[in-house]
Write a protein that binds this ligand. Structure first.
Ligand SMILES: C[S@@+](CC[C@H](N)C(=O)[O-])C[C@H]1O[C@@H](n2cnc3c(N)ncnc32)[C@H](O)[C@@H]1O
Length: 323
């Protein structure tokens, strides 16, 4: 591993592994964000941007070939590990910062609607044992649990992380048994108001005495043109039905307090990194109705002018409900 990079592995939790790193659905966004940064640190030439999806379709295939070639060099010749990719990506850095700020060190965590597990792995890297819950299954997202399990292995976290397929409104765990419950960048994927209420009522049942709830979500307010571009993509995802609306800070706070939690506190956080790439896989765009494709094209042109930046994140914390 190169000198600059080895410092990144400082936590000493992750076994260093040689060989190339597979770019599956977990690793791909991390690699896109981390490769240009790591190359800059070790002085390796790199003409790739951090964008997950390149500006034009014609560019996409070539970019991916260059990315894979660079990743092979980084992992083969410089010892860059999956942990380095996580640590050097905006996604990983944001989840690690949220963990450091809001999860009491070493507490067991239940990560509700874990998705690809970015927050799960950040908490586990910080020393927690984490149970990750998601309802995803092979019919909707083929191979997602397999990808999750291979990330557990490649990050050296198999003993600290377990995955459980369940609905967030009905988690098969004992009442009052969990010290920390997190729900990170997931509320907008919990599609109906009823499911959202069910999720937080269930969290209130599960959270143990003295426990902490952490809910983090992008806010819908865009303050700059690059943030407008980000929101335009999110609104288009809502229109297609891939996601529900991004809740406003007031809606998020009400959701938590109406589920019976105490001491609800909100913190608005601006990260200066891209922590949540908006995904519009090109194959998926091709199959969408013409009006959506047209709107997608319009937003892509705006992105080329203004760039793209996620909006601020609202972190809502709360404690167990009063008896
Ligand atoms: C954007 S991902 C979560 C991101 C992740 N927490 C992170 O740190 O990157 C949202 C996830 O919510 C899950 N989800 C949505 N509704 C759910 C429900 N009712 N029960 C369990 N999981 C749900 C989806 O399957 C999806 O994997």
């Amino acid at each position: 591993m190169g000198k600059a990079v080895s410092a990144l592995g400082g936590a000493g939790l992750i076994p260093q592994q040689g060989g190339s790193t597979p770019m599956d659905a977990f690793a791909y966004p991390l690699a896109c964000q981390a490769i240009p940064r790591i190359c800059a640190e070790i002085g390796l030439g790199c003409d790739l941007s951090e964008e997950v999806f390149p500006a034009s379709q014609a560019e996409a295939a070539g970019v991916q070939v260059r990315r894979e070639r660079l990743l092979a060099i980084l992992s083969g010749e410089h010892g860059v590990t999956p942990y380095d990719l996580f640590r050097e990506s905006g996604i990983g850095q944001e989840r690690l910062a949220l963990t450091e700020r809001f999860v009491p060190a070493g507490s067991d965590v239940l990560d509700v609607a874990c998705g690809r597990g970015y927050f799960t792995f950040a908490s586990a890297l910080s020393g927690s044992n984490v149970m990750a819950v998601d309802r995803m299954g092979d019919e909707r997202r083929p191979g997602w649990w397999r990808t999750f399990n291979s990330a557990r292995e490649s990050l050296g976290l198999a003993r600290r992380v377990s995955g459980l397929r369940a609905d967030s409104a009905s988690v098969p765990l004992r009442s009052d048994s969990v010290p920390v419950i997190a729900c990170v960048h997931a509320v907008r994927d919990i599609m109906s108001q009823a499911e959202r209420s069910g999720t937080f009522l269930e969290a209130a049942r599960l959270l143990g005495p003295g426990g902490t709830l952490l809910v983090a979500e992008s806010t819908p307010a865009a303050d700059t043109p690059p943030e407008e571009v980000y929101m335009a993509y999110l609104r288009l995802r809502t229109r297609i039905g891939w996601e529900a609306d991004v809740p406003s800070p007031g809606e998020l706070e009400a959701l938590v307090s109406q589920s019976g939690f105490n001491r609800v506190r909100s913190t608005l956080i601006r990260f200066d990194r891209d922590y949540a790439p908006v995904e519009f896989p090109r194959e998926a765009v091709r199959d969408l109705p013409p009006s959506i494709r047209e709107e997608h094209g319009r937003i892509e042109r705006l992105r080329q002018v203004h760039g793209i930046r996620p909006t601020a994140v609202l972190a809502v914390t709360a404690s167990e409900p009063a008896e």
